[in-house]
Design a protein around this ligand. Structure first.
Ligand code: AMP
Length: 459
C-alpha cells in the first residue's frame, strides 16, 4: 500500500511507490487520486504496476492526495473485482481504502451486514471495512473509522482517504508493516521503506500497532489508538521472506535479519562443503550469512530468470519441473563435482526445492546439503500470507529424514524456532503461527465454521 498527500505529482509518486512494492502483490494494481474538492478517481486492473498504468493515465491524474495498492490474494480469491483501492461515495464524501492483511472475522461481519441489507460488490474482506465505516453512527469521520476497525479482528494495515484527508492505521497486534515518510512539505505512508527510497522521501517512523493517524496536507495528527490487544505480534515471515531486503520494518533492516538467520543456521547445522549457494533472490541474504559464519565461500551457483511473468505459454512437453525450470538454472562450472550447500529462506510445499535438487545433481553436484533459513512451515497463515493448506505443507507431517528422502538431498537442516526468534529478539515478540501453530489473533470465522462467501453475480 502507498499513500501520499501535500505534494505535486501524487499519481506519479504513487506509481513509483507501487513499483517498488511490486513484490508484495502481482495480481492487480490500483491508484486512486483525490482532488482538492475531495473527488476521488480510481484506475485499477489486473497485472503488474507497469502494465496497468500508461503515461497518459498518470498525466491525466491530477490531485492533491493519492492512495495505491498492489494485490496479493489471500481472502476473497483472485477476481478483477477484488482489485484495490476500493472507492465508494458515502455520506461524508468519497471514501477510498487500500488494505493489507486478512481479517479473521470478515465472514461473521459480512453476514451481519448482509442481514441488515448491505450490498457487496466484491468477495474481498476489505469491503467489509468500507461498509462498517459507511454505516457507523459516530459523528466524525475519524470516530467512524475507529468504530469500524474496532470491530475487525486479525490483520489490517490500511491507508484510507475520506475527501482529501488521508488516514493510516495498523491493527493493534501490528501484523503487517506500515511506515510514515516525508517528502518536502508532504507526507507519505507505505508498506515498506523501499517505497520511500524510490521517491527520495525521508523515513520518519513506523506506524505503531493500534495507531490511527490523520494526514491533511502538511498537517499530521495522531488520533486515539484502537483498543489494545493482549500483545503485539508483527509477522516474522515478513522478515523471513515477504519484505524486500533493502527495506527497514519494525526498526529492523530486513537484510540484517536474514543474514542473522543464515549465521545462526550455520551454527546450528554446520557441514563440510565446497561452496554456499542461494535460491535467488529471497535467500541471498541468508546464504551470505551462512557463508560468513561458516567460512565456506558464497558462489552464484543458481541463476534466476527475472522475466518470468505470471502467464506464459506452457509447452506441450512440459514436465513436473517446468515451473522451476523456467525460473532457475544452475551454473555447471560452480557445482560440478562439488559439495554444495544450498540455502533457501523457507520450505513450503517442497515442490520447487525437489526440482532444484534434481537440476543441481544433473549439473554434476556431488553432494547437496539443503539449509533452510527458517523452521518448517507447518501451519497455514490466516493473517495475510498466502500459504497452502496443512496437507500440502511438507514440513507439517514429514520428519527431517523423510523430507531429505523426498527432496533427494544429502542432508537437510532447518533453522530452529528459538534460533530464529533470538536473532531478531529486539524487534519482537513476533507472530510465528505458521511455524508454531500459536495464532495470536482469534480465528473467528474458522472457529465458527463460516465458509468463504460466494461471489455475487457478475464477479
Ligand atoms: P517449495 O520448495 O515449493 O517449498 O518453495 C519454497 C520457496 O517458496 C522458497 O524459495 C520461498 O522463497 C518461496 N515462498 C515462501 N513462502 C511463499 C509464499 N507464501 N508464496 C510464494 N512463495 C513463497
Amino acid at each position: 500500500m502507498f499513500g501520499v498527500t501535500g505534494v505535486e505529482g501524487v499519481a506519479e509518486l504513487t506509481f513509483l511507490g507501487l513499483y517498488a512494492l511490486q513484490h508484495r502483490g502481482q495480481e492487480s494494481a490500483g491508484i486512486c487520486v483525490i482532488d482538492a474538492e475531495g473527488v476521488a478517481r480510481v484506475r485499477k486492473g489486473t497485472g503488474l504496476v507497469a502494465d496497468v498504468f500508461s503515461a497518459d493515465d498518470l498525466n491525466s491524474f491530477i490531485g492533491t492526495s493519492a492512495v495505491g495498492h498492489v494485490r496479493y490474494s489471500t481472502a476473497g480469491g483472485s477476481r478483477p473485482q477484488n482489485a484495490q483501492p476500493i472507492v465508494v461515495r458515502y455520506a461524508r464524501g468519497d471514501l477510498c481504502i487500500a488494505h493489507n492483511g486478512n481479517l479473521t472475522n470478515a465472514q461473521e461481519l459480512r453476514e451481519a451486514l448482509v442481514e441488515e441489507g448491505a450490498l457487496f460488490q466484491t468477495t474481498s474482506d476489505s469491503e467489509v471495512i468500507v461498509h462498517l465505516i459507511a454505516r457507523s453512527r459516530e459523528e466524525t469521520v475519524e470516530a467512524q473509522i475507529r468504530d469500524a476497525l474496532s470491530q475487525c479482528e486479525g490483520a489490517f494495515s490500511a491507508v484510507i482517504s475520506v475527501g482529501d484527508t488521508l488516514f493510516a492505521v495498523v491493527d493493534p497486534r501490528g501484523f503487517r508493516p506500515l511506515v510514515l515518510g516525508r517528502r518536502g512539505r508532504g507526507h507519505v505512508v507505505a508498506s515498506e521503506t523501499c517505497a520511500l527510497d524510490i521517491i527520495s522521501a525521508e523515513y520518519v517512523r513506523d506506524v505503531r500497532p493500534g495507531e490511527l493517524i490523520r494526514i491533511r496536507g502538511d498537517e499530521i495528527r495522531i488520533l486515539d489508538d484502537l483498543p489494545a490487544a493482549p500483545r503485539v505480534s508483527p509477522c516474522v515471515f515478513e522478515l523471513v521472506y515477504f519484505a524486500r531486503p533493502d527495506s527497514h520494518i519494525w526498526g529492523v533492516a530486513v537484510d540484517r535479519a536474514r543474514k542473522a538467520f543464515g549465521r545462526q543456521l550455520a551454527r546450528e547445522h554446520p557441514v563440510d562443503a565446497d561452496c554456499v549457494i542461494s535460491v535467488p533472490d529471497s535467500a541471498n541474504s541468508a546464504a551470505l550469512g551462512y557463508a560468513e559464519e561458516s567460512g565456506i565461500p558464497f558462489e552464484l551457483g543458481l541463476l534466476r530468470n527475472h522475466y518470468v511473468g505470471r502467464t506464459f505459454i506452457r509447452p506441450v512437453q512440459a514436465d513436473r519441473d517446468f515451473g522451476a525450470r523456467i525460473k532457475y538454472n544452475p551454473v555447471r562450472e560452480i557445482v560440478q563435482g562439488r559439495r554444495v550447500i544450498v540455502v533457501d529462506d523457507s520450505l513450503v510445499r517442497g515442490t520447487t526445492s525437489t526440482s532444484l535438487v534434481k537440476f543441481l545433481k544433473e549439473a554434476g553436484a556431488r553432494e547437496v546439503h539443503f539449509r533452510i533459513g527458517s523452521p518448517p512451515v507447518r501451519f497455514p497463515c490466516f493473517y495475510g500470507i498466502d500459504m497452502p493448506s496443512r496437507a500440502e505443507l511438507i514440513g507439517a507431517s514429514k520428519t527431517v529424514a523423510e523430507v531429505e528422502e523426498i527432496l533427494g538431498v544429502t542432508s537437510l537442516g532447518y533453522l530452529s524456532l528459538e534460533g530464529m526468534l533470538n536473532a531478531v529478539e529486539a524487534a519482537g515478540p513476533f507472530c510465528d503461527a505458521c511455524f508454531s501453530g500459536e495464532y495470536s489473533a482469534p480465528l473467528v470465522d474458522m472457529e465458527k465454521g463460516l465458509v468463504a462467501i460466494q461471489a455475487p453475480p457478475g464477479c
